[in-house]
Each structure stands twice: as structure tokens, then as C-alpha cells.
Design a protein around this ligand. Structure first.
Ligand code: ADP
Ligand code: ASP
Ligand code: MG
Length: 404
């Protein structure tokens, strides 16, 4: 097995000079046993500050300049960390996305990684220099800077780990592992010793931002084990395992949730072949992720068609649907951004019919109305009014005894 590991440090982990020094110590220790490649996020709050700054001259800045600006935070932390390492006797060098040819698609702010020049990274390791790579960003074929979406440094780290065949990717953050739900919302949440890739895909996909979904997808595709751990305290963290290591898997592994969603409903659409494609294809063409999709049973050839997207894409989807209006017949369009979704994730959902009714009963007891229900093999997703989200998360966490 390779003796290379990738360590990724998130925003809070590099949020101050003290934190950067602490991280340098973690790298120094790891570097004694294995060869380490480092990926960093911007210092905490910095990306938000830059996004605010980008709106100085108007609410819709040019997408190329927007990415060029918001990617700068990672450059700062990468260089500072390299300096901190040098100061304790570890040779280190920062690398930007263009310096390692981190090639991505052209879609600004949600670019996807296509290829990486691993040679630069490996050459640095061969010289005994720790490479510190800026997360969250890439370059297009023509050299423009792109970014990978919020939380994208996780994806940078796993993509690099996959590319250089590292034995593991350690994601250092401000919690000491993956919990049954966000411990900031439910203090009784329990840390998981391990979670399967399949379950983590669902947790991340349903909003658990502890690891970006694209990172888990990469890890799953290229067999990179991930460990999530704290840079603030020592511990084993949580292993996101490639295989089901523990046969006694809990029925339910966790509750994930997501706010900032918008629900679009097209009322009275003509129910004919190809209608879902006609509605959603132009949305997909813009690389806008469509989440929950529901089509009702039709009455007299008419049906209601509902889907959700991230709120940041609301305006663009509205525009697309208005343009499409001439092609698709529907009566009216309802847009609701006052929603949130909560998902129960676990391998047990597959074989346990009682899980759904238990969830419905628990929410009914709190008078929480469910607007949409959607299921997969290992998850049950419920769309509810946003103001009930935290109550719903706490209620379900308790109903499934995840606090025990
Ligand atoms: P970083 O800046 O290190 O990338 P993030 O803020 O992106 O950190 O992710 C860590 C945060 O994810 C935690 O502080 C926690 O609030 C949140 N989180 C959401 N769901 C979970 C979960 N199931 N387990 C642990 N943390 C979670
Ligand atoms: N700095 C970026 C963000 O805040 C990327 C990351 O932290 O992963 O989204
Ligand atoms: Mg993150």
C-alpha cells in the first residue's frame, strides 16, 4: 500500500495563526510516519467575506471574476501554512490550482474536476517537501479560475488522494467525526465509529455538510477511504469505510437535513410522454442539481409536477421555466422557498417497513405537516415547512433512539 496520505484542513482548523501552528504540528507528526500531501480551505469566514465583497458593484457579478475573487482565500491559508511549517523545520511549498493543473469544467462556482497533474505533487514529495495545495478551486482548459461549490476543498483533497493513489484521505474539521446528526442542532447526537460509503453518500447528499457530497462520490468511485477527525483534539474520528465492516450495522445511521431549498410546482401540466424531460432537461443543461422530484397521478390528462433545487439557483430556474412556458403547457407556477428537508438515512430502511410510519407518527405528534415524501433504498426524505426543521430533526433523532 502507498505510504502517502492526504490531510485536508477546513476553515476553522486554519482560522487563526494559533490554529495554523497547531495544524503545522499535526502535519509534522504525520510526516514522521508517512508522506503527507496537504489541502487547505480558506480561513473561516473568509470565503463568506469575499462573496460579500464580490457584490460591491452589483448583485450579479461576472461569474469569471467572482470565482477569481472567492478563490483567493485558499491561497492565503496555503502560503501561511507553508511558512508555519518552515518555521518548525519542515520544508513545505504552497501550490495553487494552476500550478498543479487542476483542470475542471467551465461551469463557474460549480465546476467539476476533470484531471490533475500529479507529477508536480509527487516531485515535491520526492524532494522531501510537503506540498500544500489550495482547495476549492481549479482552472478551465483556457486557464480561467473556477471554484467547486461550497465545501469544495473536501473534493479537492479526495480527488488528489485518488489521483496519486494515496492510502487514505484524512479530513480534519471542527468536530471529531461524523455524528448521527449535526451536533450543533442536537447536542445528544452520537459520534459514529464508522459509516459505510453508501450511507455517507446519502448523509452528505441530504445536507450533512461535514463532507461535501462530491468528495464522497470520488472516494466511492476510486476506493479512497476517508477519515473525518478533529484538528482541535486527538482521536480516532470516523472512518468512512469502503466495505461494510461491521455486520451489526444500526438500522438507522443518522438524520441529515438541508435548508435553503426552493420548491417549484407546475400546476395542471398536460400528462404526456416526455413532459418530465421537457421540464427538467433545460435545468440540467445549466448544471443545476434537481433534488426531490414528484409527479402526481393525473386527473383528466393533467397533473402537478414538483421539484426542488438549491435556493441559490431559484432565479435561474424561474427564468428557464418562464422561457419554457410556450413549449410546456401548465396553468401556473408556484415557487416556495420556505421549505426544508429532513432525511432519515440507514441501511435498515431497505428491509424495515415500519421505519416510515414511525417517522410519520413522531412528526404528527409535533403537528409538523409533511409536504413531500420521497424514498430510496436507504433513505426517507421529507419536505416540510422551514420553521419546523430543527424540531423535526430533534424529534426524529429521538424517535429512532439515536441519542442512546
Ligand atoms: P470545515 O470548515 O472543516 O470544512 P464544515 O463547517 O464544512 O467544516 O463542516 C463541519 C460541520 O458540519 C460541523 O461543525 C457540523 O456543524 C456540521 N455537520 C452537519 N452534519 C453533521 C454530522 N452528521 N456530523 C458531524 N458534523 C456535522
Ligand atoms: N472555502 C470554501 C468554502 O467556504 C471551501 C471549503 O471550505 O471547503 O466553501
Ligand atoms: Mg467543509
Amino acid at each position: 500500500m502507498s505510504d502517502i496520505i492526504v490531510q485536508k484542513f477546513g476553515g476553522t482548523s486554519v482560522g487563526s495563526d494559533e490554529r495554523i501552528s497547531a495544524v503545522a504540528e499535526i502535519i509534522k507528526q504525520a510526516n514522521e510516519k508517512e508522506r503527507v500531501v496537504v489541502v487547505v480551505s480558506a480561513m473561516s469566514g473568509e470565503t463568506n467575506r469575499l462573496i460579500g465583497l464580490a457584490k460591491t458593484f452589483g448583485d450579479n457579478p461576472d461569474t469569471r471574476e467572482f470565482d477569481a475573487l472567492i478563490s483567493t482565500g485558499e491561497k492565503v491559508s496555503a502560503s501561511l501554512l507553508a511558512m508555519a511549517l518552515s518555521s518548525i523545520g519542515i520544508k513545505a511549498k504552497s501550490f495553487s490550482a494552476s500550478q498543479i493543473s487542476m483542470k475542471t469544467t467551465n461551469q463557474h462556482s460549480k465546476a467539476k474536476i476533470i484531471d490533475i497533474d500529479g507529477d508536480k505533487i509527487l516531485a515535491s514529495l520526492a524532494e522531501g517537501i510537503v506540498p500544500i495545495i489550495t482547495g476549492f478551486q481549479g482552472i478551465t482548459e483556457s486557464g480561467d479560475i473556477t471554484t467547486l461549490g461550497r465545501g469544495g476543498s473536501d473534493t479537492t483533497a479526495v480527488a488528489i488522494a485518488a489521483h496519486i493513489k494515496a492510502s487514505r484521505c484524512d479530513i480534519y474539521t471542527d468536530v471529531d467525526g461524523v455524528y448521527t446528526t449535526d451536533p450543533r442542532i442536537v447536542p445528544e447526537a452520537k459520534k459514529l465509529k464508522s459509516i459505510t460509503m453508501e450511507e455517507m453518500l446519502e448523509m452528505a447528499g441530504q445536507g450533512a455538510k461535514v463532507v461535501q457530497i462530491r468528495a464522497v462520490e470520488f472516494a466511492n468511485k476510486y476506493n479512497v477511504p476517508i477519515r473525518v477527525l478533529s484538528s482541535f483534539e486527538e482521536g480516532e474520528g470516523t472512518l468512512i469505510s469502503l466495505k461494510e465492516e461491521n455486520m451489526e450495522n444500526a438500522l438507522i445511521s443518522g438524520i441529515a437535513f438541508q435548508k435553503d431549498l426552493t420548491k417549484f410546482t407546475l400546476h395542471s401540466v398536460s400528462d404526456k410522454p416526455g413532459i418530465a424531460y421537457e421540464i427538467l432537461n433545460p435545468v440540467n443543461d445549466k448544471e443545476i442539481g434537481v433534488d426531490v422530484i414528484v409527479q402526481n397521478v393525473s386527473v383528466n390528462g393533467k397533473t402537478d409536477f414538483t421539484f426542488t433545487v438549491d435556493s441559490e439557483d431559484e432565479e435561474e430556474v424561474k427564468k428557464i421555466l418562464e422561457d419554457e412556458r410556450t413549449d410546456i403547457e401548465f396553468e401556473d407556477l408556484e415557487v416556495d422557498n420556505n421549505i426544508a428537508k429532513v432525511s432519515i438515512v440507514g441501511a435498515g430502511i431497505r428491509s424495515n417497513a415500519g421505519i416510515a410510519s414511525k417517522a410519520f407518527k413522531a412528526l404528527a405528534a409535533e403537528n409538523i405537516n409533511i409536504q413531500i415524501i420521497s424514498t430510496s433504498e436507504i433513505k426517507l426524505t421529507l419536505v416540510i415547512e422551514e420553521k419546523y426543521l430543527e424540531l423535526a430533526v430533534r424529534t426524529l433523532h429521538k424517535a429512532f433512539n439515536l441519542d442512546k
